[in-house]
Design a protein around this ligand. Structure first.
Ligand code: SF4
Length: 233
């Protein structure tokens, strides 16, 4: 089985615990207005890595994972590569490699087998109601997101929540309190909530790819204000 990997980053310290190798899968069905990886959107029918090739690539970094590092699957949307990931995760489990899945929870359904194989889910929350979800992701996938949360809760896996904070859109006390309520009422085993400041570093990618950037006039989020907002979580 082959699939398309957009890029691989080693020695990451921001996508889960410890030192991690991050695998960015190609393809995503959402079109988040704040996306900083628009180059990963197109779904490719080609593949550049077999399961064994990617497994061996990850294994090369194992000496650096130490006690709490490991591999993080990101994207794009890794859930679109479910069958490939199941095969790969089975091999990684035999090597005792910690597996994190960074996802928006919008794939093709039935994630039970995959979730049983991962150790941690980094769940990206785009919005906490249908209308805002449609507005921000430019797609109608809120029900899929809720279905994923149900399966995630059944799996009993640890969860880290990630929410991008955008100036004049959700950078206020009221939203953060609603976010807290949504998480408390809907998601089990939450170990951490990360508020990620919106940044403009990917703007040039939109220009290079000829993609309309709906947030072109939005400035980068003030990092101090983002930290300040954490007190409401
Ligand atoms: S889910 Fe992630 S990769 Fe897909 S559009 Fe949103 S931010 Fe970009």
């Amino acid at each position: 089985m082959k699939t398309y990997i957009n890029k691989i980053e080693t020695f990451s310290s921001v996508d889960g615990p410890g030192v991690r190798t991050v695998i960015f899968f190609q393809g995503c069905k959402l079109r988040c207005k704040f996306c900083h990886n628009p180059e990963s959107w197109n779904i490719s029918n080609d593949g550049n890595y077999t399961v064994d090739e990617l497994f061996n690539r990850i294994l090369r970094s194992k000496p650096y994972f130490s006690n709490n590092g490991g591999v993080t699957f990101s994207g794009g949307e890794p859930l679109l590569h479910k069958d490939y990931l199941i095969e790969l995760c089975k091999k990684l489990k035999k090597e005792n490699i910690h597996i994190a899945l960074d996802t928006a929870g919008c794939g093709n359904g039935d994630y039970k087998e995959l979730l049983n194989l991962v150790d941690l889910v980094l769940l990206d929350i785009k919005a906490i109601n249908k209308n805002d979800f449609i507005n921000i992701t430019q797609t109608d996938n809120f029900d899929k997101f809720l279905d994923f949360i149900n399966e995630l809760n059944e799996s009993n896996k640890d969860v880290w929540i990630r929410q991008v904070i955008i100036p004049n859109i959700n950078d206020n006390e009221e939203y953060i309190k609603s976010l807290k309520e949504f998480i408390s009422n809907n998601i089990k085993n939450v170990k951490k909530v990360e508020l990620l400041p919106f940044h403009t570093m990917a703007f040039s990618k939109y220009t290079d790819l000829g993609i309309n950037n709906p947030y072109i006039d939005i400035p980068a989020m003030d990092k101090e204000k983002c930290i300040e907002l954490e007190k409401y979580i």
